[in-house]
Design a protein around this ligand. Structure first.
Ligand SMILES: Nc1ncnc2c1ncn2[C@@H]1O[C@H](COP(=O)(O)OP(=O)(O)OP(=O)(O)O)[C@@H](O)[C@H]1O
Ligand SMILES: [Mg+2]
Length: 687
């Protein structure tokens, strides 16, 4: 800015404690010094958007740099900040390491965290810039309250509140979850009553059905057992079927026997029939033998007949051949002669005729032979037929006898079986007959179906009873579950109640914390302190005209004036709005000093000492301009005496009253070059 290079105080010197005035004429470069220090600590944000280039005055320079050496929390540091023409920034903090006697960089440092003060707070308390001194006096109650809460880090209370809020939300969530599970106990009781009613109805039904069941069982007991019934039924069935078979075989036998010369009596002894069959068989064998012989003879006769017929045919052929082939052409001694086709001998006609005659006789002879053989054959055929008929008759007789024998055996077999069953039935009846009311087959069938019917009914009844009992059991268990449910619900309701109490307590706690902050902490305690401390300064600064600052900070943003001050001329409390400019400046400085002073001494909460700013110096830019000489002098004197801050830098262009002796930074400007200069000057009088 206006400075090309500045080193204050000289070399490695340190500024003394107490009041240090920064004095010089308008525009000489006083505020620039304060801004430089502010820039070192808080960076370009203090210039509110001005770009780097406009601060880097001299064209050859690429950067603006500042080093501020300070003591903070009893430790020595220096902060270094560089701002490049392009806007790049380097900030570094170095801490003095006593034993090594060097400065060592504090890595990853952050100004606000390091000083435990925000730039906003710093502007309100430590660095008071030009024209801002009256600001506090003009603030409204609610704004001041918020500023104080912020300054004194009372937002720890916000943390407490948000913690309580979370707690209460958590409890509400738990409570709502439980409420979702909740079933009104009355409803469960209604369910139990309904089920109990149903159960008593069910029990009644069960008793009735059990009585019925006993009846049915008695009825079944009174009837003969199923085994006996089926035994008797079986016997009757066997008797009937055996009897039927017996009768049908007997009938068949009778019909068949009628066709023979036999009587039933012949069958009483089997031997008769067996013997008969034996005789028949023997006859049959004999007859077969005879017939076989006849058959053989007949075969031989048929062969003879064939031979005889063959010979006749041969002769006829020879005659035929001769007639056709012999040619009587050769004449010898007047006789016709031919050549024998077989032997090539000469054959005469006579001889030939003689031969033909002989052949013809032979045919006749053989034809007669055929006749007689044919007669023999006919007689053979008759005999054979006769024999065959006899054989067939015997065969049939054998078959009939054998069939009859089998039929008789069967008929006898079924008869004996029938007797056996009749005997069994008799013994069964003598043993169990009394148990049956009606012994007829129909009676038994009826009994069987009646018993079946009763059994089916009994079974149905038993099933229905079992079902009902199972249902009763299940319902009984359900009642047990419902009773458990009631216990659970009671427990649940208790828990919900507990949560409600908790939530109520938390809400009360929140309310209390809130009231504690606004009423007790700020309004009563802090404000009272601020008012008291301000009071100390105000009377002095206003030459006794004003005193008794009343701060009422409990109102809202909209409520009217809350800073009042007592006018000692008329004894009235007046609103700060009616104060003169100078009064307001005086009140502003008084409030600044009071708040800054309290910042380092008061403990708003137990945690506060650690967290409050540890900065115990003040930088005030031109707070005295609006004040007359008397007030200026009073304030300066007060500041010189003040033990609340270790150092106070006060910028002013006004003339310093001659009896004020303080350390000074004299700011000057070379009119020809426009470059500001400054030097540190000790007072001529020892303070
Ligand atoms: N970027 C800059 N380059 C050069 N000079 C600058 C720059 N910014 C400000 N100045 C100079 O610094 C002067 C302002 O200095 P400063 O505000 O410190 O004065 P002051 O002593 O506080 O005056 P006043 O008593 O009026 O408050 C201006 O007159 C201007 O010439
Ligand atoms: Mg200035």
């Amino acid at each position: 800015m206006g400075y090309k290079h500045l080193n204050l105080p000289k070399d490695n010197d340190e500024f003394p404690e107490g009041l240090i005035l920064v004095s010089g004429k308008n525009s000489y470069g006083k505020s620039t010094i304060l801004e430089g220090v502010l820039f070192a600590f808080f960076g370009p944000r203090i210039f509110r958007g001005r770009n780097a280039e406009s601060f880097i005055t001299y064209g050859v320079q690429e950067k603006a740099e500042i080093y501020v050496y300070f003591i903070f929390d009893k430790k020595k540091y220096y902060i270094y900040r560089k701002w490049g023409r392009t806007g790049s920034i380097i900030t570094k903090l170095f801490e003095w390491v006593k034993n090594r006697k060097v400065y060592q960089e504090v890595k990853r440092f952050n100004t606000e965290k390091f000083f435990e003060i925000s730039s906003e707070q710093a502007m309100n308390t430590v660095f008071v810039r030009q024209g801002e001194v009256e600001e506090l006096a003009n603030k409204r109650g609610a704004e001041l309250r918020e500023m104080i809460i912020d300054l004194f880090r009372l937002n720890i209370i916000d943390d407490a509140l948000s913690f309580l809020d979370n707690e209460s939300k958590g409890k509400k969530y738990e409570k709502e979850n439980l409420e979702k599970l909740r079933v009104p106990i009355e409803r469960i009781n209604n369910d139990i009553n309904r089920i109990e009613k149903e159960n008593s109805q069910l029990r009644k039904l069960i008793t009735e059905q059990e009585k019925k069941k006993v009846n049915y069982e008695q009825k079944i007991n009174d009837l003969p057992s199923n085994e006996l019934i089926s035994q008797l039924e079986n016997l009757y069935n066997q008797l009937k079927s055996t009897n039927d078979k017996f009768l049908s075989y007997k009938n068949d036998f009778k019909v068949k026997i009628k066709k023979t010369d036999l009587s039933i009596g012949d069958f009483e002894s089997q031997d008769t029939i067996i013997n008969r069959i034996k005789t028949y068989t023997e006859n049959k064998i004999k007859l077969k033998k005879e017939k076989n012989e006849l058959d053989k003879k007949r075969e031989a006769t048929i062969k003879g007949l064939g031979k005889t017929n063959g010979r006749i045919e041969d002769i006829k052929k020879s005659i035929n051949k001769m007639e056709k082939s012999l040619k009587f052409t050769i004449k010898k001694e007047g006789k016709k002669i031919a050549l024998c086709p077989t032997c090539q001998n000469e054959l005469t006609k006579e001889h030939y005729d003689e031969m033909i005659q002989k052949f013809t006789n032979d045919i006749k002879l053989n034809q007669n032979k055929v006749k007689s053989i044919s007669q023999i054959l006919t007689s053979f055929n008759n005999n054979i037929k006769n024999s065959q008929d006899k054989l067939d008759a015997i065969k049939e007789n054998i078959t009939i006898h054998q069939g009859l024998k089998l039929d008789f055996e069967n008929y006898k077999k079924y008869e004996s079986e029938l007797r056996k069953i009749e005997k069994e039935l008799k013994s069964f009846l003598s043993a169990y007959g009394t148990q049956f009311k009606n012994l007829s087959i129909e009676g038994i069938k009826e009994l069987s179906s009646e018993k079946e019917k009763v059994s089916v009914e009994l079974k149905a009844l038993t099933n229905s009873l079992d079902e009902k009992k199972a249902k009763l059991q299940a319902e009984q268990e359900r009642i047990g579950q419902l009773r458990n449910e009631i216990l659970k619900m009671k427990d649940l309701e208790k828990k919900i109640g507990d949560y409600e109490v908790d939530i109520d307590h938390i809400n009360k706690a929140k309310e209390f914390v809130r009231r504690f902050v606004t009423e007790y902490m700020v309004v009563k305690r802090l404000v009272k302190n601020i008012a008291l401390t301000t009071d100390k300064y105000i009377k002095d600064f206003t030459s006794g005209q004003y005193s008794d600052l009343l701060l009422d900070l409990s109102g809202t943003r909209k409520t009217g004036l809350s800073l009042r001050i007592k006018d000692n001329y008329n004894g009235e409390y007046e609103s700060t709005e009616v104060l003169s400019g100078g009064d307001r400046t005086a009140l502003g400085i008084a409030l600044r000093l009071a708040i800054s002073e309290l910042m380092s001494s008061i403990r708003p909460t137990k945690d506060s000492p650690k967290r409050n700013p540890k900065i115990d110096f003040l930088l005030l830019d031109e707070p005295l301009a609006a004040l007359d000489e008397t007030r200026r002098e009073r304030i300066l004197k007060h500041l010189i005496k003040s033990k609340s801050f270790s150092q106070i830098f006060l910028i002013t262009h006004t003339t310093i009253p001659p009896d004020i002796h303080a350390h000074k930074i004299i700011v000057d400007k070379d009119i020809s070059t426009g470059i500001s200069k400054a030097r540190f000057e000790k007072p001529t009088v020892i303070i």
